[in-house]
Structures are given as C-alpha cells and as structure tokens.
Design a binder for this molecule. Structure first.
Ligand code: OSB
Ligand code: MG
Length: 375
C-alpha cells in the first residue's frame, strides 16, 4: 500500500453567504463560516476537507476558532511527527487528543481524499461504498409562519426530495407537524429538535406519535442517552440520535440502552470517515438503520457526505441536499445536483468533484500554510 508523503497543509477561514437563513432551536445562521483544509503531497496532489464547526458553540462545543487552534497547535504537528501511511491510521494518531471531533475530521477527510487521488480511485470506493445513486432528503428550518413552512415543504416535495425533515422546538411542534401532515398525508416526514426538550415534555413529544413520523431526531440533551431511553419507551416513533453520538462506543452504549433506534451519522461529529464507517458497520451488524446528517456544508463537505452515504447501511435518505439549496455558487464543479430525489455519485478519483480555486479564493477570509520544516 502506498505511503502518504505530505509536503504541506493549508488552512483557510471561509465565509459564504447562504441563499436563505437557516433557523434551528438554537438560533439563525445567515453566513456560513467554516474552515477548509488542503493537504498536499510531494507529488503536488491535493486532498480537501471541511471543518463543519459553526461560528458559535451552539450545536456542539467546537467553533471555527477552536478548530483552527486545534489544527495548528496539535493535529497538524502530529502529522509531521508521525506521518501516517494510510488514512485509516489517522484516527488512531489523534485518539489521545480529547474530543475536538470536527477539527480531527476535517484533516482526516483531506487525507482520505489525498489518498484516493494518489490511488486514482473514487473516495467512495476507497471507503468500501457500493451504491452509485443515493436517496436525498431535506432539512427545513424553523419559519416565521406555518404558511411559509408549507410553501417550503411544497417546493421540495415538488423537486422530488424523498423525505422532509422539519426543525421543531417547544411551541413550534405538534400544531406544525399536524398542519404539514394534513396537507401532505403520504410524504416521508420526520422532525429534529436539536435537544430543545426535556423529559418534562414527554407528553408533548408523545403527541407526535399520531403523525406517522419516520423518527424524532435528538429531542433531549446533547450529552444524554439515559433520558432518551426513558422517552423511547413512551414513544411508538423511533428516536434518532444526532448530538449524543461521537464514536462507535457511544453508539454501542446508546443501542444497548435502546436510547434510540436510528443513528444520524455526521462525519464531523464523530471525528472522521474512519469512525463514521465504524459506526455504520456496528449499526449494520445490529440491524439499525443509519443516514448521513448535514451541517450546511460547502461542496467539499457535501462531497464527503455523498461518499460515505454510498455504504450499504445508509438505507434512509440523508440531509445532503443539492448545492443550490444553500449556495448561489458552490466551490466545486460540477455542483451537487438532485434529480428525482437522488444524487448520482461521481465516478472520478478522490471526492469526485473538482475544486474551483477562483471561487475558493473569493470566499477566503484568511489562510495559513504549514510545512514540516516550519514546526
Ligand atoms: O441537527 O442536523 C442538524 C444544520 C446545522 C446544525 C445541525 C443540524 C443541521 C441540519 C441541516 O439539520 C442539515 C443540512 O441541510 O446540511
Ligand atoms: Mg440533527
């Protein structure tokens, strides 16, 4: 097996304006701030990764600033000290550094892309993916009125999206779901609470059982798997865990407790592609369905999501929608497109989409290159 021969890592702080603001139970985002990682090898090839941490520590504890710091101070230096031969070794190299999953995932993802480029294979093939067409769902933010939400649902159902996810929070939940269900009796529908509830709200959450939802995503605390198990016993609807799962060990414990019956896998939240695949493998072994979550990624992170979704256990539509659902122009060519509710996975080496340097430069706030000798 080839050995990665790294020559440089470049970090870029990026800012891209979204086509529309996105509101969850923890706030509204207009601008998407994120970090792009480019790793270069001695042959001049590049691999790309995206850190999905948000500007503020609201979804998890990481931020754009902490990701930059962790990469600069700890993760990039580890690469120079113990150069990995294969991207599968990177998670092990980073293991003694606590948490900081999104920082680790961005660098590990860039190394996976670089490796696939060097091997001249698509990243999805390098990961063991099989599917060449993947089902797509969409995540719709909280709106200022039910009519506005219904219009959004209508638009994306008409565009062919295979399942609709609605963000909920206390006061924007049962009535909203009832209204959407009344208008769209047959669509695949689910909700995501981003931890906005506690067990004191269990009657309200149980009221959602009436609406034939595919699942209720992360109703309770971001760090909980105990109360979720209590709640799951009171619900017919499966609970899907998002924020609570950072590793294959977290997933094992949650499934043993029956804290949820579906897992949303986000590459960034679990520290990279290797761990994401391990969680997928565990779930396949237990017959637990998984799907790929999203963090409003640019084309780089989106391409990684497409690649992991090709693994056989990703049996439910994910949140990785088309580029134009988020961006006027994306960083990749071609952009990710959705037709009839599916994405056709590109059969080109690496992430399978070309990076557009001009667009990357246009949205770069500042950048810094690290080299082995600059240690
Ligand atoms: O909980 O899945 C989530 C966006 C930002 C932070 C958390 C979440 C989300 C989404 C949007 O639901 C998914 C996407 O369209 O990328
Ligand atoms: Mg979620």
């Amino acid at each position: 097996m080839m050995k990665l021969r790294l020559s440089a890592v470049t970090l870029r702080a990026m800012r891209m304006r979204m086509r529309a603001p996105f509101t969850t139970s923890f706030g509204t985002e207009w601008d998407k701030d994120f970090i792009l990682v480019e790793v270069k090898d001695a042959e001049g090839r590049s691999g790309w990764g995206e850190a999905v941490a948000m500007k503020a520590p609201l979804y998890n504890e990481e931020t754009v600033g902490t990701v930059w710091l962790m990469l600069k101070e700890f993760l990039i230096p580890l690469l120079w000290h113990q150069p990995p031969g294969h991207p599968q070794e990177v998670a092990g190299l980073f293991r003694h550094i606590r948490r900081n999953y999104m920082a680790k995932a961005a660098l590990e993802g860039a190394l996976w892309d670089l490796y696939a480029m060097a091997e001249n294979v698509p990243l999805y093939r390098a990961l063991g993916g099989e599917r060449t067409v993947i089902d797509v769902g969409i995540s719709l933010g909280i709106e200022s009125s039910v009519d506005k939400l219904l219009a959004q649902v209508e638009k994306y159902v008409a565009a062919g999206y295979k399942r609709i996810k609605i963000k909920v929070k206390p006061g924007w939940d049962v009535d909203i779901v009832a209204a959407v269900r009344r208008r769209f009796p047959a669509i695949q529908l689910m909700v995501d609470a981003n931890s906005a509830y506690t067990l004191a709200d269990s009657a309200r959450l149980a009221a959602l059982d009436e609406y034939n939802l595919m699942m209720i995503e992360q109703p309770l605390a971001h760090d909980d798997i105990i109360d979720h198990a209590v709640l799951q016993k009171q619900l017919k609807t499966p609970i899907c865990l998002d924020e609570s799962i950072h590793s294959v060990e977290d997933a094992r414990k949650a499934l043993e407790l029956d804290s949820g019956r579906i897992i949303n896998i986000k590459i960034g939240r679990v520290g990279g592609l290797t761990e994401a695949k391990a969680i997928h493998d565990l779930c396949v072994g237990k017959g637990v369905p998984v799907w790929c979550g999203g963090m409003l990624e640019s084309g780089v992170g989106r391409a990684h999501n497409v690649a992991i979704t090709t693994l056989a256990g990703f049996t439910l539509p994910g949140d990785t929608a088309a580029s134009n659902r988020y961006w006027e122009e994306d960083l990749i060519e071609p952009e990710v497109t959705v037709h009839d509710g599916v994405i056709h996975v590109p059969d080109r080496p690496g992430i399978g989409y070309a990076l557009c340097r001009e667009k990357i430069d246009k949205y770069t706030l500042y950048s810094k290159t690290f080299r082995p000798e600059a240690r």
